[in-house]
Write a protein that binds this ligand. Sequence first.
Ligand code: 0YR
Ligand code: MG
Length: 371
Amino acid sequence: MKITAVEPFLLHVPVTGGSIADSTHVVTHWGMPGCRILTDTDLVGYGYTGTHASLALDKLLTSCITEVYGPLLLGEDPREIQALHQKLLHDPPTHWVGRAGITQMALSAVDLALWDIKAKAAAEPLWCLLGGSPEKNVEAYNTDCGWLDRAQGKLVDDCRRMVEEEGFAAVKMKVGKSDPNEDLARVEAVRKGIGPKPRLMVDANAKWDMATALEFGPRLAEFDVTWLEEPLWHDDVTGHAQLAKEIEIPLALGESLYNLDQFREFVLAEAVHCLQPDASRCGGITGLWEIADLGRTYDLPVSPHHGDMMQAQIHAVIAHSACVQLEFIPWTLHCFEEPVSIQDGFYQLPESPGASTTLTCEALEKYSVLS
Ligand code: 0YR
Ligand code: MG
């Protein structure tokens, strides 16, 4: 099989509810810059990364995919993913201009499309090709109820509804208000609202400084918070290591890390308790797998971030023994041929061949912002 074309797409899909906010972003659209990889068979692979829909930045991603990686992929066998991944890292030479950020997100999109083709060629869902068992139940935890811009009453209602009506056993809420006392009051209200049983995670999206984290982190324990996510700046390994020593509550992070090396730094510094790689950012399924192996090596749970809108990652989470659960944000379900689906807080098993990344023609037309 040979690759015959790499066609870009760029979708901006409105988020449900009009707009959401965490401590650093207001998001109205979910960006999906990516590509269709065509072959000399009728198989087509779909891959993309996830962004907050800045058109200028997203165009850098699509141009990296088509102008830097595209020519190197033409004529290659798309099933030779490990070798192609190395080629795209070394030949341009990508590693010279960026081992993280735009080049790595673009590489992630390509990697997802290649795994999609490989699984389609094998006529199996990707989890099966990766050696997974249909017996593994993957828990979804819901983030789409805990946004920072929601008034406290709505926040509590939304979280309670996810637990009581939708059957989620775990929800996540944002912190990072200008007054952390308000964060604490909101966490207390949510815990009261959902009751003692559901797990509650708290995500600061790197907003806090050390003083805030040392003062308010320990107080989250009163409300039985499962983890504190990205308390400090993304690259601050020593800060997280210090924090991990001083507070009881486990630290989760990784959605803003781009490769195995970055994860290894955090793990060896004992600066993280739960790894949150994102395949749409850390090198696709290939990169995610390496990081999940790191989790297995150090006996740390792996709970991926939602960046590919859970489509390809659910396959890897089913297959990799270190992966325990997967974040859930249902903004783009209507865009896929086989969207992820949840029942009683658990992901249903994907059945179609491929990585579940195939977008519908309607979505490709309706949400395209590429002129
Ligand atoms: C949504 N999940 C996150 C974004 C989310 C952010 O992309 O606003 O909150 O990615 O931190 O854990
Ligand atoms: Mg997060």
